[in-house]
Each structure stands twice: as C-alpha cells, then as structure tokens.
Design a protein around this ligand. Structure first.
Ligand SMILES: [Zn+2]
Length: 160
C-alpha cells in the first residue's frame, strides 16, 4: 500500500472535531468534519460547513467552506501552537450531497492548502487574517491568492 494512501495522524484534543471523512483522503491529506454535511436541515445542499484538514505529518488547519462565496481561499485565523497552521475560509465549488462531493471539493482547495502549509513550514508569515468580526459581509472581495501571495519579487538586480 503506497504511503500516500494512509490516513494522517488525527489531531487530538479538540472536542468539537469529528471523524475523518475517509473518502477525502488525497495524497496523505484528509478532511475531517466539524459540522455534519450533508445534514438533515438543508432541503437541498448545505451552503456552508466547518471542518479541518490534516497534512500527512499531522499538521492541521481549520476549514470554513461555502459553496457560494466570492472568495476562494483566505486566511481568517493565524497559525497557532505547534501543528496548527491557521483557519481558512474557502470555496467548495460543488454542491455537497455526500462524502464523494466533500472529496471532490476538498481536492479543489488542496493545492492552495498545501501551498499555505509549505510556507508555514518554511517559517513564512501567511499574512494578516481577514478581519470578519461578526459581520460576514465585511469580507473583502479580492484577487484569489492575494492573502497567500508571496512577496518574493525583490528588486531585480545583478547577481554575482
Ligand atoms: Zn446543511
């Protein structure tokens, strides 16, 4: 069995964290549920949900997802202690009717998640979280990767 088909270590110590949604396991990354989705309350599909994502090494981040929102991927809470690399608000482009849909959606945000993870691992600042307070409409609509954009472009100059 290839290494990347193994579930990552489960992040212990969060009483509101639910089980891994095993179907979402991708490249050793897995989504875990905080809210139950799909749920019994939404007649169609859940417009939003909470979960977490765990990297193969056990590092993890919170995910707040929406199926209809202007932003794609934004940091809303800074990385915390040790293995926690922040909370991200993300767009899940497909309606969530079952675990397979969660998997499909999770895979669409995984590249950005991995990018943020790599930067965090490298000790880079992920930038200031979007301040949302209690007002979700406060969300700034910006270029997708603005919050994750690396400021790498230095003054071009002669090397050597
Ligand atoms: Zn629902």
């Amino acid at each position: 069995m290839p290494e990347n088909n193994k579930l990552p270590p489960y992040p212990e110590g969060h009483e509101y964290y639910g089980p891994f949604v095993v179907k979402t396991l991708t490249d050793g990354w897995c989504y875990g549920a905080i809210t139950e989705n799909p749920c019994d309350y939404c007649p169609e599909c859940c417009p939003t949900g909470d979960g977490f994502a765990v990297a193969p090494d056990g590092s993890y981040a919170g995910l707040v997802w929406w199926t209809d929102c202007p932003w794609e991927f934004e940091l809303i809470e800074r990385p915390g202690p040790e293995k926690f690399f922040g909370v991200f608000e993300v767009r899940f482009p497909f309606p969530v009717k079952g675990e397979a849909d969660l998997a499909k959606n999770f895979q669409t945000v995984l590249p950005q998640l991995q990018f943020a993870y790599e930067r965090w691992k490298a000790g880079e600042d992920l930038g200031p979280p979007i301040e949302s307070d209690d007002d979700a409409s406060d969300h700034r609509v910006g270029p997708d990767a603005e919050q994750v954009a690396l400021q790498r472009t230095g003054p071009g100059g002669g090397s050597s």
